[in-house]
Design a protein around this ligand. Structure first.
Ligand code: NAD
Length: 360
């Protein structure tokens, strides 16, 4: 992955957002600080208060100039979650999160699925070694671009249209990223998934690009599955997958399916990446209004997203410390209620920070 940071300081924008985003993100920052305390390269955090509170108070979602500031002055963004029952339209979340994905052109949504402890999977007789794959979801196109409209809205004859937008450039760069990732990480299998039997234009493009690109990676086993078959196969035998690449909507769904196979949303991290540019890292979960304010949110997803961020910034040993910390906390059952424990978010954060200090 090309990087522009070799050896320099890193500046990180922290956007905790709403609900449990505000609870887990400070814990992740605490753990990163502990893991990087003795590193030679400085790490600077700047917190930004974008979210429902600001929107309700000031009417501001993504402030003007925000994208340029993030692009020019920061190396990465650590993001919590957005979503608040007081904003039923979810306008602020769409503007901020989708806005950043599109405007920073974060075309790779990387969602690792990794079972960290056998007991966490709902699949019978599956072990850690069976559930370890990476989902690459196209992150800037597809059904998420918001192109469409209503006709005769609110009448019995209403029609709603939502366009699925796929560009040659967009499809090619995400499939190529998946292959390059496999090659760089010694992985042998890439599976592209689409619905080209039904989506005969948009996913015909995926088919053609895939057929072309796979010739460039002859040592990697290339496979295609329709998305419905992929969903079945991921549950039947997840061990057959190493790298999955797919479009925006299918990637959203299949990675949540994967998150459940690996222990639930509380553990799942993700990266929104444009190689060599400011990229955004976040837990997969949302703002969880049902548990927000209770201090019981699981911070592992945010800490593992932070590990992905440190990897991206080329702080590899520190990233490893974060991952080992989460594994050790699981082993000791020092976990929040969603994983069967009794610990509070802050207690788990403190435990991980101590683990990181001891590992230095
Ligand atoms: N990236 C994002 O910011 C993002 C992603 C998904 C949903 N959302 C938003 O979040 C709000 C709530 O959505 P939802 O309820 O469908 O999804 P959610 O991920 O917030 O919660 C789903 C379920 O998982 C549980 N859960 C999630 N994260 C957890 C954690 N860290 N620890 C323990 N339990 C956890 C919740 O308590 C809830 O029962 C909505 O406004 C939605 O739009 C935002």
């Amino acid at each position: 992955m090309p990087l522009r940071w070799g050896g320099e300081a890193a500046r990180i924008a922290v956007i905790p957002g709403d609900g449990i985003g505000k609870e887990v993100t400070p814990e992740a920052v605490k753990v990163i600080r502990a893991a990087t305390a003795k590193a030679k390269r400085p790490l600077e955090f700047v917190e930004l208060d974008w979210g429902a509170d600001k929107y309700l108070k000031e009417g501001v979602t993504l402030p003007s100039g925000a994208v340029e500031m993030l692009r020019d002055e920061f190396d990465a963004i650590l993001f919590g979650a957005l979503g608040d029952p007081r904003v039923p339209s979810n306008q602020h979340a769409a503007d901020i999160l989708l806005g950043l994905r599109f405007k920073l052109d974060l075309y790779v949504n990387a969602r690792p699925v990794e079972l960290l402890q056998d007991r966490l999977t709902p699949l019978r007789d599956r072990k850690e070694k069976d559930i370890r794959f990476m989902v690459f979801r196209e992150n800037t196109e597809g059904l998420y671009v918001g192109m469409g409209g209503f006709f005769k809205k609110g009448t019995a004859d209403e029609i709603a249209v939502q366009e699925d937008v796929n560009s040659r450039k967009g499809v090619e760069r995400i499939i190529r990223y998946a292959y390059d990732y496999a090659r760089q990480n010694g992985l042998n299998r890439v599976c592209m998934s689409d619905k080209s039997n039904a989506m005969t234009y948009a996913h015909d493009l995926w088919q053609r690009v895939f057929k072309e690109l796979k010739q460039e990676y002859p040592k990697i086993e290339s496979r295609h599955l329709y998305i419905d078959t992929l969903a079945m196969e991921v549950v039947r035998d997840p061990s057959q997958f190493e790298v999955i690449v797919t479009c925006n909507l299918f990637g959203d769904i299949v990675s949540d399916l994967g998150a459940q196979l690996a222990g639930g949303l509380g553990l799942a991290p993700s990266g929104n990446i444009h190689p060599g540019r400011t990229s955004l890292f976040e837990p997969v979960h949302g703002s969880a209004p049902n548990i927000a304010g209770k201090g019981i949110a699981n911070p592992f997803g945010s800490v593992l997203a932070s590990a992905m961020m440190l990897d991206f910034l080329d702080w590899k040993p520190e990233a490893q410390v974060l991952r080992e910390g989460v594994r050790s906390a699981l082993k000791e059952s020092f976990v929040t209620p969603d994983l069967g424990g009794m610990k509070q978010t802050v207690e788990v954060g403190d435990w991980l920070a101590k683990y990181a200090e001891k590992s230095l």
